[in-house]
Design a protein around this ligand. Structure first.
Ligand code: NDP
Ligand code: OXD
Length: 309
């Protein structure tokens, strides 16, 4: 078996067909049942059950079905030296850029307030500053955050980003590390989270972060639910410290029906759809990496397991 597909939530047949098209002649299997684990060379996985990858002793790499790899790295039985490869896919990047631009513009142009006004039949203009005075801050300037920043700068927003490692950045102000976080938040009216979920970033959108933002700031989370301390968000919205939030990802997905986010007047919910992996596009990227690996070269998107992304 060359490639084993492991996901309980993705369309198996579509994936099997896409992988077979991208890797003609390869033996592609779906699900671990009836397979000799020792024969599997590569796994393509989304939230693999704990221990599933450890049962494949000759695995050369595991490919995440998404850009995030927290669902793989969270397996305590993950073999120590197994290369974990995240998905870098122009289609995924384009979708995320669309979603982020759409929501930054929504908050910039006071759409949550206009929606509330419409519910009351209220015809009233809300003053909005020009884009150059609207300070947008992106947490995480990787493949997705970087592309979103490039698109946002064309609207003229005052951009900043927060990253781990300092370097030159021509599109705006760059803040790095723990010491950069406070100043970054203090100058951010619309905060966009596009960080990977790691030990360092879990719970980073908490009451302390919200307190550091200017009054009336908006928060957009397209990264992972684990970044957000949910009760702190509700408290910051209720107190008026934050004006609104748009959330695509949640600690518990699907977001349970009784969850207060569903009905909160200042929260917009989308069901983890900011960027959805399309099998046809992703299979091409995974196939290219399998070829690189077989040729003895580095794979694109190999995760630094120590950093967690
Ligand atoms: P990348 O690995 O390309 O980029 C990660 C960025 O985060 C880098 O700029 C990195 O800084 C920064 N970063 C990481 N840790 C820290 C830290 N401790 N402090 C400050 N900055 C940090 O990731 P992608 O852009 O490909 O993806 C980001 C995330 O988006 C994914 O991990 C996933 O969780 C989420 N996602 C959500 C989707 C959705 O539909 N909602 C779809 C796809 C992805 P540096 O540049 O210094 O290394
Ligand atoms: C991803 C996701 O990580 O869809 O790609 O969340």
């Amino acid at each position: 078996v060359a490639i084993l597909f492991l996901s309980e939530t993705d369309p198996v047949d579509e994936w099997a067909a896409a992988l077979a098209r991208a890797l003609p002649g390869e033996d592609v299997r779906t699900g671990p049942a009836g397979i000799d684990g020792a024969s599997v060379e590569f796994a393509v996985a989304w939230r693999p059950p704990a221990g599933a990858l450890a049962a494949l002793p000759n695995l050369r790499a595991v490919f995440s079905l998404g850009a995030g790899v927290d669902h793989v790295l969270g397996d305590p039985g993950l073999p120590a030296n197994l290369p974990v490869v995240r998905l870098i896919d122009p289609d995924l990047t384009r979708q995320m850029t669309e979603w982020v631009v759409m929501n930054v513009l929504r908050h910039h142009r006071a759409m949550p307030d206009y929606a509330a006004q419409q519910a009351e039949g209220l015809w009233r203009e809300i003053a909005v500053p020009p884009a150059r005075e609207r300070r947008v801050g992106i947490m995480g300037l990787g493949v997705l955050g970087g592309a979103a920043a490039t698109a946002l700068v064309s609207f003229g927003f005052a951009l900043a980003a927060w990253v781990r490692s300092r370097r030159p950045w021509p599109l705006g102000e760059l803040f790095a590390g723990q010491e950069g976080l406070g100043p970054f938040l203090a100058r951010t009216d619309i905060l966009v989270c596009l960080l990977p979920l790691t030990a360092e970033t879990r719970g980073i959108l908490d009451g302390r972060a919200f307190a550091a933002l200017p009054p009336g700031a908006a928060v957009i989370n397209a990264a992972r639910g684990g970044h957000l301390v949910e009760a702190d968000l509700i408290a910051a919205l209720e107190s008026g410290k934050l004006s609104a939030a748009t959330l695509d990802v949640f600690a518990d997905e699907p977001l349970p029906p009784p969850h207060p986010f569903w009905r909160h007047p200042r929260i917009t919910v989308t069901p983890h759809v900011a960027a959805v992996t399309r099998p046809e596009c992703a299979a091409r990227e995974i196939a290219a990496n399998i070829r690189r690996c077989r040729a003895g070269g580095p794979m694109r998107g190999t995760v630094d397991r120590r950093r967690g992304y």
